[in-house]
Design a protein around this ligand. Structure first.
Ligand code: UDP
Length: 332
């Protein structure tokens, strides 16, 4: 099969590319490198079954050509990371809403199945743990930047489902829960690469709030396996799926585990949310996916433990800092 990935040079996209190639498919990537990086796909360059174009998804003529040449479309290009979202809300909303609109419009014209990457953020402040795909989404006020991300992604989901119901376009929506692994950058605030870098550099490890907020972390390799399998599952069409793990840990617990596995002597420092993000920032106390639906569709179960994830990120970050002068590494 020929796969076309928007955002294919990103953290998730580069792992999905690798996975699809390992299954014998060919992969073409479109990425503007806004949050992705060419270094994520350097090792794939030169393969005959892998191609990439550096341009924006907003280039409609190019998008149409690339969708036309493919059998299946993965739309992963999006504004990611809570920090980026709080700092650049216009870009977040525009990227997430406009690009998805375009991809769906073009895919519908060419009748190509589309995978739309969404996020566990859409559950917002829901307290109905574990989150079920058909549960209510609970958003905060529009004055709080964080919720623009959740709303923009929820709109993407509505649009994708509407294309399926009204126009018959085969779509699959997946809500990715805290997905982690090598190549994820800490630049947009994601907690695991940030804490690992701090631990390796012997710097204070920044735990936001009081550190009692809990998350379930998923290895990106588990996540991309599920993403690819869903696009091969006829029963998945028109549905929304959670993809994640149910292994919960507090952020303080996470920092302690990272510190231990990195053999670090860094202090763990509590940072108020107002300092880390913005005044009045609202965090989620817990976020756990219900995995019944994805398990029923494709037999999905995460294989990697939290320790596997942390070890993989530590060895990736060690490799990075060995390959780069210290000043560059801290900017990357
Ligand atoms: N966090 C933290 N220190 C950091 C970055 C993030 O304590 O340096 C916290 C963040 O406030 C949240 C959790 O870690 O409670 C997960 O953050 P991330 O941005 O990775 O994902 P989120 O779950 O917020 O989408």
């Amino acid at each position: 099969m020929k796969y076309f990935l928007t955002g294919g040079a990103g953290f998730v996209g580069s792992h999905l590319s690798e996975h699809l190639l390992s299954l014998g498919h060919s992969v073409t990537v479109l990425d503007d490198l806004s949050t992705g990086a060419i270094s994520n796909i350097t090792h794939l360059k030169g393969r005959r079954d892998f191609q990439y174009v550096i341009d924006t998804v907003a280039n409609k003529a190019l998008l149409a050509e690339m969708v036309d040449a493919a059998d299946i479309v993965f739309h992963l290009a999006a504004a990611v990371g809570v920090k980026l979202i709080v700092e650049s809300p216009v870009r977040t909303i525009e990227t997430n809403v406009k690009l998805t609109e375009l991809v769906l419009e073009v895919a519908n014209k060419k009748n190509r199945p589309v995978f739309v990457a969404s996020t566990s953020e859409v559950y917002g402040k829901s307290a109905a743990i574990p989150f079920r795909e058909d549960g209510d989404l609970v958003m905060g006020a529009t004055s709080k930047g964080r919720w623009s991300y959740a709303c923009s992604k929820a709109l993407d989901e509505f649009l994708a489902i509407a294309y399926w119901k009204e126009r018959g376009l085969p779509v699959v929506v997946a809500r990715l829960f805290n997905t982690v692994g090598p190549r994820q950058t800490g630049r947009y605030g994601m907690v695991v690469p940030t804490l690992v870098r701090q631990a390796l550099a012997g710097e204070p490890m920044t735990v936001y709030g009081d550190g009692t907020q809990r998350r379930c972390f998923t290895h990106v390799k588990d996540s991309v396996r599920a993403q690819a399998a869903l696009m091969q599952c006829p029963a998945a069409v028109g549905q929304v799926f959670n993809i994640g793990s149910q292994n919960e840990i507090s952020i303080m617990g996470l920092a302690e585990r990272i510190k231990e596995l990195a053999g670090s002597s860094s202090p763990i420092k509590l940072v108020p949310y107002s300092e880390a993000y913005e005044e009045g920032f609202e965090d989620m106390a817990r976020r756990v996916p219900d995995l019944t639906r994805v398990h029923a569709a494709i037999g999905y179960e995460p294989k990697y433990t939290l320790d596997d994830i942390i070890r993989d990120v530590i060895s990736y970050e060690r490799g990075l800092s060995a390959a780069q002068p210290a000043a560059e590494a801290s900017r990357a």
